[in-house]
Write a protein that binds this ligand. Structure first.
Ligand SMILES: Nc1ncnc2c1ncn2[C@@H]1O[C@H](COP(=O)(O)OP(=O)(O)OP(=O)(O)O)[C@@H](O)[C@H]1O
Length: 506
């Protein structure tokens, strides 16, 4: 039993200025173990990953891999031979082929000549060894998220690493992709590879992992076999509150006013290659859900509603007025608020403060004649911090210093700041912890309760449960419509194309 741990971290302390991100934490992952690390947003999970992969040097504490001390800081090759992290954001170079990505920085060097034929056949052999069915000549940018993750895992293993960290690996996969990933991880585990799995999806923790560690407020709270820990006790350990019997969130039933005035309407809206002509209406007081897995066209629909993409056909109106297609400023001016899926690219200005980022949409309301009064900006941000439970040292902290989930909350605050007629949110709770999810979805409901409207595009059932109606998209077509009270299986089946109730819009 007692082979040395794949990784053992002890007494790790990491500070960022006044913030203590890790306060003497420990973690041990055994060979062949699938170990979950969970905790609320800002608990210190990503910081630990940075320490374990050599990106951050801890202020105190030690890390060993298989009983050997961690490599010297900066010795990238030595770190790569111990551990790799597959992030949500791709680490592969999009314009290079799969083969080139696999052997990046370790080409056969015969003078300056790279032996392409050999490179390709080595790549093919390597992919075959790990059961990855991807053509080595494909450009990395053409890979699906699932294929890209498999290539990254194969690359890590080929460097000799026997510990792989997966940071929210299922975030962009559909149900089939998740099952294929889990099957592959189980196979590798049987070969002695260890996994550290970071996820806010507790169901996946229970499905995949054998052991779970909880961090809370920079401290280690517990490590236990997953089988011995009820989900409500796990949530209680994460939040520091007594166990609650409610682990999956149900929206409070707020009766939307019947047949309220139409706020957002799309008529025969279409985008070639993404979604076919569809109609939708969202009324005052209503939250409309658009359900669909990764390739459903849902994200493209959300992006079209907010002007990021120009539709190939159709019309969008807000409160009866036509919105210029494909223009974000016009959509914003017409009263559409947007919470993007990719907050890194579309969401935030990293070096600016929480207050500035949260008010980017409303600079004209923060002072007379276009001036921005810092006091008003801060007061607005302080309200958002409180209502969305954003964990920050204060409104003046740069957003780059917030944890991922807390950055997502700033993006939502920003979308709400302009008091839009209709909020359009794409996967708003991605990366957000269980408790914050509750706060955040509650805020979306409040938007509707205040007589405005919202659209949530998501394949997360908890997100869709707060909606008054849900349209299910499959391959760019509306295949079903559900009123409140739908059964999970029915909605999942519709999202996966297992039923086709209707062909057009609602
Ligand atoms: N570069 C940084 N500068 C300043 N503070 C930071 C930095 N990185 C992290 N922090 C702080 O360290 C704490 C822990 O953050 P970390 O990103 O590790 O949390 P997390 O558990 O990964 O959260 P999430 O679930 O939201 O991703 C937070 O308070 C965060 O604000």
């Amino acid at each position: 039993m007692d082979a040395p741990a794949a990784v053992h971290a002890q007494g790790i302390v990491k500070r960022f200025g006044p913030t203590v991100a890790l306060d003497g934490v420990h973690l041990t992952v055994r060979p062949g173990e699938s170990h979950a690390l969970v905790g609320r947003n800002g608990a210190g999970k990503s910081t630990l990953v940075s320490v374990l992969t050599g990106l951050h040097r801890p202020d105190a504490g030690t890390v060993t891999f298989h009983g050997r001390p961690a490599p010297a800081p900066g010795d990238r090759a030595a770190w790569q031979a111990e551990v790799a992290c597959v992030y949500q954001k791709s680490m592969v170079v999009p314009d290079l082929t799969v083969a080139e990505n696999l052997f990046l920085n370790r080409f056969d060097q015969r003078g300056a000549l790279i032996h392409w034929g050999r490179l390709r056949s080595r790549a093919r052999a390597l992919l075959a060894e790990y059961g990855v069915e991807v053509d080595p000549d494909r450009r990395a940018r053409e890979l699906t998220v699932e294929q890209r993750q498999f290539v990254e895992i194969a690359r890590a293993l080929s460097f000799g690493a026997r510990l792989i960290i997966l940071d929210e690996p299922t975030a962009q996969l559909d149900a089939g992709g998740i099952q294929r990933l889990f099957r592959r991880l189980r196979e590798l585990r049987r070969q002695g590879v260890a996994f550290l799995f970071i996820s806010h999806h507790l169901r996946e923790v229970y499905e995949l992992c054998t052991t779970v560690t909880v961090y809370r407020d920079a401290r280690h709270v517990l490590t236990a076999p997953v089988a011995d820990l009820a989900q409500r006790d796990l949530v209680a350990a994460m939040t520091g509150n007594a166990p609650s019997h409610r682990t999956s969130w149900q929206a409070p039933v707020v009766r939307a006013p019947d047949a309220g005035e139409t706020v957002l309407r799309a008529e025969r809206l279409a985008l070639d290659g993404e979604f076919e002509p569809l109609d939708l209406t969202v009324r005052r007081g209503e939250v409309l859900g658009v359900a669909g897995a990764a390739a459903s066209g849902g994200t493209a629909l959300g992006e079209t509603l907010v002007g990021l993409r120009g539709p190939t056909a159709g019309r969008i109106t807000v409160c009866g007025r036509t919105v210029r297609p494909g223009s974000v400023p016009h959509a914003l001016a017409a009263g559409i608020g947007y919470v993007p899926e990719d907050r890194h690219r579309q969401g935030l200005v990293p070096h600016r403060s929480v207050a500035e980022n949260a008010t980017l949409t409303v600079a004209d309301q923060l002072g007379p004649f276009g001036t921005v009064l810092p006091s008003r900006t801060r007061a607005f941000a302080a309200r958002a911090i409180a209502s969305l439970d954003i964990r920050t040292s204060g409104p003046d902290q740069p957003v780059s210093g917030l944890s991922g989930g807390n950055q997502q909350k700033v993006v939502i605050a920003r979308a709400l700041a302009s008091e839009p007629h209709c909020l359009v949110a794409v996967r708003p709770t991605a990366g957000v912890d269980v408790r914050s999810k509750q706060a955040l979805l509650g805020v979306v409901r409040e938007v509707a309760a205040a007589g405005r409207a919202a659209v949530i595009v998501s394949d997360e059932l908890d997100d869709l449960r707060v909606c008054d109606r849900v349209l299910a998209l499959f391959h760019g077509r509306v295949v079903a419509e559900f009123d409140r009270g739908w059964a999970d299986q029915a909605l999942v089946a519709a999202m996966e194309g297992a039923i086709e109730q209707q062909g057009g819009g609602q």
